[in-house]
Design a binder for this molecule. Structure first.
Ligand SMILES: *Cc1c(COP(=O)(O)O)cnc(C)c1O
Length: 412
């Protein structure tokens, strides 16, 4: 296995060598991958961990007395500790492995089915991904709780004055993303958590879009629930985590029943296993969990300060260059944002733009980005979205701008 970067000076050309997929050609052109907010690419260091797992110690965990099972269990639990340390959770058992952000949110929403009553108020932000809206709507249908929306501004920020007013309704729960996947806005979650706690509300933060850019400290934030997916931070798909304060994990009922999550099963009565196993029914994505730990190690070897500084440079550069395109409008203009640019070009459909520049090897996303309410707010059907990672370059942004100008000429 190759060495990690150990926080040496940031050198994007060296880093790019870690990502085999960046050597791919698309339609005969070098791949320019600007769809990082949908999923990110995986470095060789993490691919090696996955290959090593299946080549050398693939086994089911926690049950076997045999050597392979013990090795797999040790690595899986080691990964839990890496995740715990990265997010600074107080206990390893406060980290629940899930299949990702969507699963984590559903787990919490399901659990609150037992804790909410008719007409209890819960608050969602206008900037959410569908996966942080729909599970709560399902919860409201079941319990009769009321979902209220913290509105957004033209800049794509949350309206904090309106939030203060909504808090007077004494909500039981507030759920907000750390960073908007559609616009890149970094929400003031520390302030939101503090204010919500003052009125007795619990807070869930959707950290899916933050984990590739920011190292979050759940104890410093004093957040009740923090959720994320490994694939947004260079890990594999189908694995993620739920962090929750121990007191909440004790209070919430299990989400799924099955093997692994039980202490004793008889046909009269079943008792549940201790944390974290109470929430981990069935055989988990063992290899994925181990790779999740490896991706956190990889990202830390580059260093989140380096990543943030470099991505900020890319964002500023792209902002400047994109403004040279006539009729280009950027959605989400907060001063506090990560390297995501949502835009439209006058008279051109985003889908057509995306299709044409794909022919030139450039991958961007077009559409609603699983956030239709944001598109409705701006009165548009969708946007084109370029989202940058630390392995992207300014030269690639130049290619994007040239390609967009070409597409614009063809389409208008
Ligand atoms: C990607 C994303 C999700 C969903 O993550 P899954 O891995 O598909 O479950 C939720 N919220 C935000 C902000 C995201 O960016």
């Amino acid at each position: 296995m190759k060495n990690n970067h150990q926080n040496t000076a940031f050198n994007v050309q060296e880093i790019r060598k870690d990502f085999p997929i960046l050597n791919r050609k698309i339609n005969g052109k070098p791949l320019v991958y600007f769809d990082n907010a949908a999923t990110s690419q995986t470095p060789q260091q993490v691919i090696d961990v996955i290959v090593n797992y299946y080549s050398n110690y693939n086994a089911n965990i926690h049950r076997g007395v045999h050597q392979l099972s013990q090795e797999a269990t040790d690595k899986y639990e080691e990964a839990r500790q890496i995740i715990q340390q990265h997010f600074n959770a107080k206990h390893a058992h406060e980290i629940i492995f899930t299949s990702g952000t969507t699963h984590s949110i559903n787990l919490v929403a399901y659990g609150f089915g037992d804790l909410l009553q008719k007409n209890d108020v819960i608050l969602v932000s206008a900037l959410e991904h569908h996966s942080n809206i729909v599970p709560w709507q399902m919860l409201c249908e079941k319990t009769g709780a009321l979902l209220k929306v913290i509105p957004m501004t033209q800049e794509g920020e949350l309206n904090m004055d309106e939030f203060d007013i909504l808090l007077q309704l004494n909500p039981k729960l507030v759920f907000v993303n750390h960073i908007s996947n559609a616009l890149g806005t970094i929400n003031p979650i520390k302030e939101i958590i503090g204010k919500a706690h003052k009125v007795g509300a619990a807070v869930l933060i959707d950290g899916a879009q933050a984990c590739p850019h920011i190292k979050s400290d759940v104890q410093a934030l004093d957040v009740d629930f923090y959720v994320t997916s490994a694939h947004k931070m260079c890990g594999p798909t189908g694995v993620g985590m739920l962090y929750a304060k121990e007191e909440w994990l004790k209070k919430l009922p299990p989400y799924q029943g099955g093997g692994e999550m039980i202490s004793e099963v008889t046909f009269d009565k079943t008792t549940y296993a201790d944390l974290p196993h109470k929430f981990e029914a069935g055989t988990p994505n063992i290899c994925g969990g181990i790779a999740f730990g490896a991706t956190i190690n990889y990202m830390n070897s580059i260093g989140f300060e380096h990543i943030a500084a470099y991505e900020h440079e890319l964002l500023q550069y792209a902002n400047e260059k994109l403004q040279t395109i006539d009729g280009l409008k950027i959605y989400g203009t907060s001063n506090n944002k990560t390297s995501v640019i949502s835009f439209n070009i006058d008279g051109v459909h985003a889908y057509d733009l995306g299709t044409i520049i794909d022919k030139l090897g450039i991958a961007i996303r077009t559409g609603q980005h699983c956030a239709q309410p944001i598109m409705d707010f701006y009165g548009i059907s969708g946007t084109a979205r370029a989202s940058f990672a630390f392995y992207n370059t300014k030269e690639e942004i130049d290619l994007l701008v040239t390609a967009l100008k070409k597409a614009q000429m063809m389409l208008s």
